[in-house]
Design a protein. Structure first.
Length: 343
């Protein structure tokens, strides 16, 4: 039996990669319909290789493992070696048994990551991560409603009694890329101690320069100083919208920023926040409702295409060697906030 040849996909092999995704996954996948999306998320800075390892047997791709290095958006944090596997697929009947594990082992040995995180696991891969002693679970799901609003087209089962946010003294400061990069160096303290590691350049490239989505970046100010950042994206369906909180940088308590006012300004039904590792007390103080603890409440996850149903999002992670910090996961990590439908 011929042994599989494993290597990163080169620029010249892009069409082979897209054809494999088309034939083994979906013809309407965003990476198939939009080479631009594939390049933006996975093409290396030098334009030579993709962050996809492919297993070829007889020259034919039989399996792939796509991943996003955290330094993809900021080369300065490459030495931390943090990665998010996000696309793991083999053919229905690969020529070699255990091909999926061969891909994972190649990634571990070749890249030597100190942190591996995965969000949106399928049932098929959960046992593999469990066998490798990764932490596993489902993301928490919290929602912030405007108590004055009662007309809902997206949310179902919203309780009559809603939490009231505590006064915080925090302010939201809208930022574009120029304003973000012009902030004093002291602001960068807010990035310390949390895994995955982020930076101002990461925020700019990951969100403000996204080729398809339009994100809104806010600094959270206290006493005249920016203490951290919140990133939002408006998601629309059924003639309405929700405001998705996709990233939090800085202390968890920054969630107590005046989000109800932002919610009313946007016209959205609620703020939607999937996370892991966020202090429940900070969420409660900010007025967020725990969807898992609210029977009958429906807050859809899928908008492309839209499906009015709850969805659990499984995660897994592991730190190798000395821990780099506290793990906090949000929707904006990995590829959870990626367009699914592109022309």
């Amino acid at each position: 039996m011929e042994r599989p040849a494993l290597a990163l996909v080169t620029r010249e092999e892009r069409d082979d990669l897209r054809a494999f995704i088309r034939d083994s996954w979906r013809a309407d996948h965003a990476f198939v319909t939009s080479p631009e999306m594939l390049d933006w998320q996975h093409l290396s800075a030098d334009g030579e290789r993709y962050s996809f390892v492919a297993a070829r047997i007889g020259g034919r791709i039989e399996g792939i493992l796509g991943f996003i290095p955290q330094h993809h958006f900021d080369p300065q944090i490459a030495e931390l070696s943090q990665i998010f596997p996000c696309f793991w697929k083999t053919t229905e009947s690969p020529s070699v048994a255990g091909l999926g594990m061969l891909l994972v082992n190649w990634m571990r040995q070749a890249l030597k990551p100190r942190f591996i995180g995965a969000i949106g696991l399928t049932l098929a891969v959960e046992p593999i991560y469990r066998a490798m002693n990764y932490a596993l679970g489902a993301l928490d799901h919290h929602l912030l409603f405007d108590p004055a609003r009662r007309d809902y087209r997206i949310a179902v089962g919203v309780p009559d009694a809603l939490p009231t946010p505590a006064e915080s003294g925090l302010l939201l400061v809208p930022l574009d890329e120029a304003a973000l990069m012009a902030l004093p160096a002291s602001v960068d303290r807010c990035f310390a101690g949390i895994v995955p590691t982020k930076s101002r350049l990461h925020l700019a490239r990951r969100y403000l320069r996204h080729p398809f989505y339009r994100y809104r970046l806010y600094g959270v100010a206290e006493g005249g100083d920016i203490r951290g950042f919140l990133v939002f994206r408006l998601a629309e369906a059924a003639g309405s919208s929700v405001l998705r909180l996709v990233d939090l940088v800085g202390p968890d308590r920054l969630l107590a920023a005046p989000l109800p006012g932002l919610l009313r300004e946007s016209g959205a039904e609620y703020v939607d926040f999937y996370s892991h590792g966020v202090d429940p007390a900070a969420l409660a103080a900010a007025g967020f409702l725990d969807r898992h603890a609210t029977p009958g409440l429906i807050a859809p996850h899928y908008f492309e295409p839209y499906r009015q149903a709850n969805q659990e999002i499984a995660y897994s992670y592991k730190q190798f060697g000395e821990p780099q910090g506290r793990v906090r996961l949000v929707r904006g990590d990995s590829d959870q906030d990626r367009p699914n439908l592109l022309p």
